[in-house]
Structures are given as structure tokens and as C-alpha cells.
Design a protein around this ligand. Structure first.
Ligand SMILES: Cc1cc2nc3c(=O)[nH]c(=O)nc-3n(C[C@H](O)[C@H](O)[C@H](O)COP(=O)(O)OP(=O)(O)OC[C@H]3O[C@@H](n4cnc5c(N)ncnc54)[C@H](O)[C@@H]3O)c2cc1C
Length: 308
């Protein structure tokens, strides 16, 4: 029976006890008490407002590429953000709803000869998730001398504030950092965003796409075969969390079906039937090994969602 608080939402897109694992890149996690598929920015805002007005817990899910969902699932309302409308204007301004998949926007903009998003090819993310974490990747080959951030092409975004107000805000409000923005500290939600892109030669942009995909493919486990959530631990400046784990001899180490990748020690992969409990035990094992051997405390960079 749909609670009265959620009766304003489109019932065909509202499901009780919906498994969340298929909606995460780890392919792990229990069910949402309620799962709603929001198909526009207004729909997303309405779903959050409905949950808030009933004091029901809520969570906005993008591609689930930076989270681990607990085996016991998530109470309240999980809103899967499928609001993906976007337009590209003749002056290089890309407007996009926050559920658009960054990879789709990369292809659209590159084909139209606009530069700015090509660095993020191959990274699973919605626009909302990308702003939440200030998506980043290395600058193009051959230099690769610096990290590029999505904030560099960000113009502004429409948000629903945690107080329930809709506002347009700029970079001063977002406070972009490394894996950090205001969205880590306030329950504001990105509804849509605008990016300012620059004219470029599509042939050069396609070259960058190919080089970036090739670079990733040779260094990271392949997501379609070995599901993961990308890097598990935060970067340790000048040291490298993955290098420390590797030096503890942990590549290939398993707990159940969760394994420290053979090719990148800061990535844990799901060999098929890993549980969130397996992943948490593996995280704890890596933390303990690194602490005992090197004295560093590894801190997870992924979000732990729901009940474990
Ligand atoms: C194989 C792999 C490779 C990766 N490589 C990189 C990389 O090179 N660089 C990099 O930066 N990251 C990388 N990541 C991490 C991941 O891709 C990013 O963190 C991505 O931005 C997550 O986006 P998402 O839509 O999946 O967010 P989710 O994982 O669904 O959500 C993450 C957080 O964002 C919040 N959120 C989602 N949408 C909104 C919104 N509209 N408004 C406010 N908050 C929102 C969620 O509530 C949650 O707290 C990688 C991940 C994987 C699996």
C-alpha cells in the first residue's frame, strides 16, 4: 500500500521493496523500501518534497558508481534520477538535467565540436553525481601533468536546497574541492546544470577520447566484467592508497566474492556474488594491514548507503 505521502508520485514509476543492486556499478545491495524513477527535474524536486513533508528518509541515486548499498537495503524513498533532458546551444552552453549520463553528453558535445567534457569519457556518472564529487581525470596525453575537474567548465546549476527552496547557484556556492563540494555537507540536490564549452576540432577530441579510454582500459578492471565502485579509498597525497595496499601484498586478496583487483589495488571488484558485508570486511582488512605496516589510516571515499 502506497503511503499517503507518496500518493502524488506517478504510481507506475513507484515500486516497493525494489532491489537496488542492478542500479549500482558494484551490483551489490539490498532493496529500497520505496524506489521512484524521476523522469524530469520537476519530478525529482516533487519526489524529494513529498518525502520531506512526511519526514520520510530519502536518497537521490545517480548511476550508483560511488556508493555501497547495505545488504539490508535502504529505508524510505530512493529516487533514481532519470531526468536526462539536455540541449546544446550555438554559443557552447550545455544545459542538462541532473540525471543525464555524462558519457552521453561527452559523445553529443564531441560530435558537435565542443570541448570540455571529453576528459571524463569512460567514467560512470550522472551530471548530479559529477557535481556532487567534482568529477576529475588527468589532462590529455602526452602531458597528463595535471588533474582536470568538471568545475572548470561549470557555469551554474539549479538546486533544491535542504530548506526546500529552488535556487540558481554558481561556483562560489558549490565550493568545489578535490572529491568535495557543498553537496557533501548540505542536503541540497542538483536539478539541472549549465556548462560553458569551447570550440575545438572534433578529430582532436575523438583522439582524446580514444587515448583516455585506452589509458583507463590498461590500468583499471573492466566494469562490465568486474563490477566495482572505482577507487575505494581517498587519495593520500604523494603516497597513493593503492600503492600502500599493493606493498602489503594484497592484490588478489578476497573476502567471499569481494576481491582487491589484481591490476589496481585501490579498486575492489565483485567476482559475482559479493555482499556488502564482504566488501566492508575487505575494506577493514586493507585498512588494518596498511595501518600496521605503514602507519597510514586509509579512509573510504565511497558512500555507505542504508543498513548493513
Ligand atoms: C569504474 C569506475 C571508475 C571511476 N573513475 C572515476 C574517475 O576517474 N574520476 C572520478 O572523479 N570518479 C570516478 N569514479 C567514481 C564515480 O564515477 C563518480 O563519483 C561519479 O560522479 C558518481 O556519479 P553517480 O551518478 O553514479 O552518483 P551515485 O554514486 O549514484 O551517488 C553518489 C553521491 O552523489 C549524490 N548525488 C547523486 N545525484 C545527485 C544530485 N542530483 N544532487 C545532489 N547529490 C547527488 C548521491 O546522493 C550520493 O551521495 C569511478 C567509478 C567507477 C565505478
Amino acid at each position: 500500500m502506497v503511503p499517503s505521502a507518496l500518493s502524488s508520485l506517478t504510481s507506475s514509476r513507484l515500486t516497493a521493496h525494489a532491489p537496488l543492486a542492478p542500479y549500482t556499478t558494484f551490483k551489490i545491495g539490498g532493496p529500497a523500501e520505496w524506489l521512484y524513477e524521476a523522469t524530469s527535474a520537476d519530478d525529482l524536486a516533487a519526489a524529494i518534497t513529498a518525502a520531506c513533508s512526511a519526514s520520510m528518509p530519502w536518497f537521490v541515486l545517480g548511476l550508483g558508481a560511488n556508493i555501497l548499498v547495505g545488504d539490508k537495503g535502504v529505508p524510505g524513498l530512493v529516487i533514481r534520477n532519470c531526468a536526462a533532458a539536455h540541449t546544446l546551444s550555438s554559443d557552447g552552453v550545455l544545459w542538462s538535467e541532473s540525471g543525464a549520463v555524462v558519457g552521453d553528453l561527452v559523445l553529443d558535445t564531441v560530435r558537435a565540436g565542443w570541448s570540455g567534457l571529453e576528459h571524463y569519457i569512460g567514467i560512470p556518472s550522472t551530471v548530479g553525481g559529477a557535481l556532487w564529487q567534482n568529477l576529475h581525470f588527468l589532462s590529455p596525453a602526452p602531458e597528463r601533468e595535471r588533474t582536470m575537474f568538471i568545475s572548470e567548465v561549470f557555469a551554474d546549476c539549479d538546486i533544491l536546497t535542504e530548506e526546500g527552496e529552488r535556487r540558481t547557484v554558481n561556483a562560489d556556492y558549490i565550493q568545489f574541492g578535490y572529491d568535495d563540494t557543498v553537496f557533501h555537507h548540505r542536503r541540497d540536490v542538483v536539478l539541472s546544470a549549465r556548462f560553458q564549452l569551447e570550440r575545438a576540432d572534433p578529430a582532436r577530441l575523438h583522439q582524446i577520447l580514444q587515448e583516455n579510454l585506452s589509458w583507463r582500459g590498461s590500468r583499471h578492471p573492466w566494469l562490465q566484467v568486474h563490477p566495482s565502485a572505482g577507487s575505494i579509498f581517498k587519495k593520500i597525497e604523494g603516497v597513493g592508497a593503492g600503492r600502500l595496499i599493493d606493498q602489503c601484498g594484497l592484490k588478489g586478496f578476497r573476502v567471499g566474492d569481494a576481491q582487491i583487483s589484481h591490476i589496481h589495488a585501490n579498486i575492489l571488484v565483485n567476482l559475482g556474488h559479493a555482499t556488502a558485508a564482504d566488501v566492508r570486511a575487505l575494506i577493514a582488512h586493507a585498512q588494518q594491514a596498511v595501518r600496521e605496516r605503514f602507519g597510514y589510516q586509509l579512509e573510504p571515499e565511497i558512500g555507505f548507503i542504508g543498513e548493513f
